[in-house]
Design a protein around this ligand. Structure first.
Ligand code: GDP
Ligand code: MG
Length: 576
């Protein structure tokens, strides 16, 4: 289609502000999906075939709609953005594939942390932004207050649209406003083909399907293609767009959004942010490409030795579809062979876990998560820090600030906006591994919203806490802790272990070491198996022999000391 009739846009919103509901209304108004289909399956986009294949929806396929307006047919491409901070790089690549964004704000909740975070990203991508207040049908809608908030963010009052995605009120006007205000793409139609990949999905039968925004030129089936970052070469096996099912097309031309079936067999060779282009031409890559960096590491160990090979196979398989997963084999003297796996964040790890379970029927042990610590030349450690923004109603300010202080947050700005307070902190990223997200939720009865940017690595006064049972170091229970928390953490660990470990034939001594110091110690007495029970009468020598044998057995147990730690005990500790 001619570029002047194309509009590429995204809906950006804090979670639950109505993004999916509004998308459905758009599909309906444009006749992309029939109303009956929608009512049968509410939130149709959540059901699209590709996201179903991925098991867990992180992001939906971009959907192409057609709409007649003032005598012309427009091609409207709506792209979804992932709603979680673990995938903020994907959000940024999605936004650069658009010219405009609808900033959707729930009239009952107002501007929240991710509203702002997404707005900042959209501004960085120089998008035209349409401010929209949603859910105006609700009794507790505070349209005036939210209007003020949006004005405070630099939007003109007249530009703000009021809608109900649920009833459809104002949605047609909004769609027409998209056509009126979002600029048409301005690619060079006659230049060699060049497109940015903003999403990529692995399909078992067809290999990697890249979701692309064509920048210049056009692409057709069988065109020889190349990827700029990975130098991978391939042929376009098929091209088309989503409605949201896959619809083959004869070509994708400049300004358009659609898919290329690349036939590439691993997602690592076709990464989000990379530029795909016509082979043997010279092009400039789209700027801003990054390789995702893992933030959280877990040890992943099979619970039964037999599961090691299937687990390795699962890692290899999932690495084909998940470009951000990193892993290598690791050996624990305690748990045997396993893996060290890196994730973008806890949600990413959770998704991986879920896939192992659903798609591979594997349920391995995940050890205590850790962030990446940098060791300095002087032997001290640095840890990753974030710039954390919290939006919280004044009512919960005290509790929120106390929590942040406990989590080593350094407050650097407080901003009162009506009854909401915006707090900004410098905080160690590791705070998330200690349950910060759920704590802040419970402290604020779910009203606080948070968002963060990674900033840099900062000095951290850390030391390694080692757990030994009967002098055997339990490597999977070791972790880095803040020096001033070491004793408390060590004691808690020892106590928990004492409760969690069953008695065994031998005495179990639990010790927590920090360096060469023992900072916590607990004992679990042995149960005494009554070896004499079956004996009647008094053959003294035979009794002595048995007792002697039992003692020897014990000594042997001590030295080989293969202590059985039930998985549950480990889980309890991991969850601490
Ligand atoms: P998302 O997380 O941004 O995709 O939000 P959803 O579209 O899933 O909407 C979250 C909830 O708000 C759902 O229960 C919707 O039915 C509801 N909702 C969305 N828009 C409206 C609206 O305009 N009015 C009312 N009353 N509810 C809405
Ligand atoms: Mg949704």
């Amino acid at each position: 289609m001619e570029q002047r009739y194309i509009r590429n846009f995204a809906i950006i919103a804090h979670i639950d502000h109505g993004k999916s509901t509004l998308s459905d209304r758009f599909l309906e108004i444009t006749g992309t999906i029939r109303t009956e289909a929608l009512t049968k399956q509410e939130q149709f986009l959540d059901q699209n075939p590709i996201s179903r294949e991925r098991g867990i929806t992180i992001k939906l396929a971009p959907v192409r709609m057609h709409y007649s307006y003032e005598g012309n047919v427009y091609q409207l491409n709506l792209i979804d953005t992932p709603g979680h901070i673990d995938f903020s790089y994907e959000v940024s690549r999605t936004l650069v594939a658009c010219e405009g964004a609808i900033l959707l704000v729930d009239a009952t909740k107002g501007v929240q942390a991710q509203t702002l975070a997404h707005l900042r990203e959209a501004q960085k991508a120089r998008l035209t932004i349409i401010p929209v207040i949603n859910k105006i049908d609700m009794e507790n809608a505070r349209v005036k207050v939210v209007e003020k908030q949006l004005e405070g963010l630099g939007f003109a009052k007249e530009a703000i649209l009021h809608i109900s995605a649920k009833t459809g009120q104002g949605v047609v006007t909004l769609l027409q406003n998209v056509i009126e205000t979002v600029p048409a793409p301005k690619g060079e139609a006659i230049k060699p083909f060049r497109a940015i990949i903003f999403d990529a999905v692995y399909d078992e039968h067809r290999g990697v399907i890249a979701c692309v925004r064509v920048l210049d030129g056009e692409v057709k089936q069988n065109n020889p293609l190349e990827l700029f970052q990975t130098h991978q070469k391939t042929n376009a096996q098929d091209v088309g767009y989503f409605t949201p099912g896959l619809v083959p097309a004869t070509k994708l031309s400049s300004g358009e959004i659609g898919y290329i079936v690349t036939g590439i067999k691993t997602i690592r060779q076709c990464r989000v942010g990379d530029t795909i282009f016509l082979a043997r031409t010279t092009i400039a890559p789209f700027p801003g490409y990054k390789t995702p960096k893992p933030m959280v590491f877990f040890g992943v160990y099979p619970k039964a030795t037999d599961d090691f090979v299937p687990l390795r196979e699962a890692f290899n398989q999932l690495a084909l579809i998940d470009a951000s997963l990193t892993f290598h084999e690791e050996y624990s003297s305690f748990l045997g062979s396993g893996f060290r796996a890196g994730f973008l964040g806890l949600l990413h790890a959770e998704i991986f876990k879920e896939r192992l379970k659903q798609e591979f029927q594997l349920d391995p042990l995940f050890t205590i998560p850790q962030v990446v610590y940098e060791k300095t030349e002087l032997g001290s450690y640095k840890e990753p820090y974030i710039h954390l923004t919290i939006h919280v109603p004044q009512l919960y300010l005290g509790g929120t600030m106390a929590l942040c202080q406990r989590q080593r947050g350094i407050l650097f700005s407080v901003d009162y906006q009506d009854d909401t307070v915006v707090l900004q902190y410098d905080m160690p990223y590791s705070t998330f591994l200690k349950g910060f997200a759920s704590e802040i939720k419970s402290i604020s009865s779910g009203f606080a919203s948070i968002d963060y940017d990674l900033t840099d690595y900062k000095e951290a006064d850390l030391e390694k806490l080692e757990v030994r049972i009967n002098d055997t170091p339990i490597d999977v229970l070791s972790e880095f802790v803040y020096r001033d928390e070491a004793v408390a953490v060590g004691r808690k660990k020892a106590e928990k272990l004492k409760v969690a470990l069953p008695r065994q034939q031998v005495k179990q001594v639990i010790q927590c070491y920090s360096g060469s110091h023992i900072i916590a110690r607990e004992e679990i007495p042995p149960y005494r198996k009554d070896v004499l029970a079956k004996m009647s009468g008094g053959d003294r020598t035979r009794k002595d022999k048995l007792l002697e044998a039992q003692k020897k057995g014990k000594a042997k147990m001590m030295t080989i000391s293969k202590i059985e730690i039930p998985q549950k005990a480990l889980f309890d500790l991991v969850a601490s």
